[in-house]
Design a protein around this ligand. Structure first.
Ligand SMILES: Cc1cc2nc3c(=O)[nH]c(=O)nc-3n(C[C@H](O)[C@H](O)[C@H](O)COP(=O)(O)O)c2cc1C
Length: 356
């Protein structure tokens, strides 16, 4: 029996029961192991997934079969393509990838707050490093949809040298990425979020734009879109500077938001350090999206991607109506299982979306 047959037989509840008996990270590793096996099978069969083609769109000359993507952090460099597309996603964000491999923080570092369908994580950019990820991406036999590469700095790189890390990761991954996400918003790498301040952000964005330009010329390929991923904990007063700098250095989009260090619910695990994700992040993520849309006004050069607490078609519809071109999710997939994306897409098919 295939994995997907089991899921379509609604055995997910039973599988989830056993997965949730394990620690959150062990369950994640178990699922990745399973997905890896399916990935090999799909790669051998070279099967094109049957995804309902709702709300197709074209961005930066790239085709998106639907606007729902997998947010960063689920596939930190395993490169489980095509199996992740098989779940229904219109695009996949891989990472965060750092120039050199790193283990991440000590375990336990991932916690379930089941009552709130939420997670707290302090993974700390565990990933195999840019070289290994580039090699895996080169081995993907077939590009089913856009693959975004989320890049960051290594833990032991001082903030003053952060730009070098981002540039190095971009150089290594340039030809295998369809777009780059510059992650300056993870709460689990000390000081990383300081890069969102205008004084540090400005040289970072300037260097990355210049590097993307020269790499495109060097390789004779289209210049890859650059997106900036921001934190929900950013002060509203700091958003205008972010938009000004993103525009100044011709960034193509902003992804809002990463996880929050606030605790929007009360739970006995709230004292655990790390970023909170899940439905309780929804109000702040939505608020940041609205503020960004208002700041950008009618200028369509900056694409907005909304992530944080998305669990329903209504959420997706709301974000697209307010002005996001694409949305992403992660925590919903953990709680609702591999069928969840296709279910959302089926319902989205019938939803009327008025673009902002
Ligand atoms: C376990 C876990 C690991 C994550 N790792 C990353 C990461 O490496 N880089 C990143 O930009 N965001 C990371 N995120 C944040 C997600 O991409 C997303 O922005 C956040 O979880 C909010 O979306 P959600 O409520 O749908 O989960 C991670 C989230 C979780 C739960």
């Amino acid at each position: 029996l295939s994995f997907f047959y089991l899921l379509s037989c609604r055995l997910w509840r039973l599988i989830k029961f056993f997965l949730f008996l394990m620690s959150a990270e062990t369950a994640h590793r178990f699922v990745l192991f399973f997905l890896r096996k399916q990935n090999h099978r799909l790669q051998r069969n070279r099967r094109v997934p049957q995804i309902p083609e709702v709300h197709k769109r074209s961005l930066w000359g790239q085709f998106y079969s639907n606007p729902v993507g997998l947010a960063a952090g689920f596939d930190k460099g395993e490169v489980l393509v095509p199996v992740l597309f098989e779940l229904g996603f219109g695009f996949i964000e891989i990472g965060t990838v750092t120039p050199r491999p790193q283990e991440g923080n000590q375990r336990p570092r991932l916690f379930r707050l089941k009552e709130y369908q939420a997670l707290i994580n302090r993974m700390g950019f565990n990933n195999p490093g840019a070289q290994a990820v580039a090699q895996r991406l080169r081995n993907v036999p077939q590009r089913v949809g856009p693959l975004w590469l989320n890049i960051g700095k290594n833990k032991d790189t001082p903030l003053s040298a952060a730009t070098d890390d981002y540039v190095s990761a971009m150089q290594t991954l340039y030809l295998v990425a369809d777009a780059f996400v510059i992650n300056v918003s993870s709460p689990n790498t000390l000081g990383l979020r300081n890069l969102q301040s205008a004084t540090l952000l400005s040289p970072l964005l300037e260097n990355l734009r210049a590097e993307a330009h020269s790499l495109a010329q060097k390789f004779g390929v289209a210049e890859r879109p650059l997106l900036l991923k921001i934190s929900p904990d950013i002060a509203d007063d700091d958003l205008p500077d972010i938009v000004i700098l993103a525009k100044k250095f011709n960034f193509n989009g902003i992804i809002a938001t990463n996880t929050t260090i606030t605790r929007p619910v009360s739970h006995h695990l709230c004292h655990e350090e790390g970023g909170f994700s899940g439905p309780a992040l929804r109000p702040r993520s939505y608020e940041v999206l609205r503020s960004l849309r208002a700041l950008i006004e009618s200028d369509r050069s900056l694409t907005l991607v909304s992530v944080g607490g998305i669990t329903s078609t209504e959420d997706i519809r709301e974000r697209l109506t307010v002005g996001a071109s694409l949305v992403e999710l992660y925590t919903h997939l953990i709680y609702r299982g591999p069928e969840s994306v296709k279910l959302l897409l089926q319902q989205l098919k019938n939803a009327k979306i008025k673009s902002a």
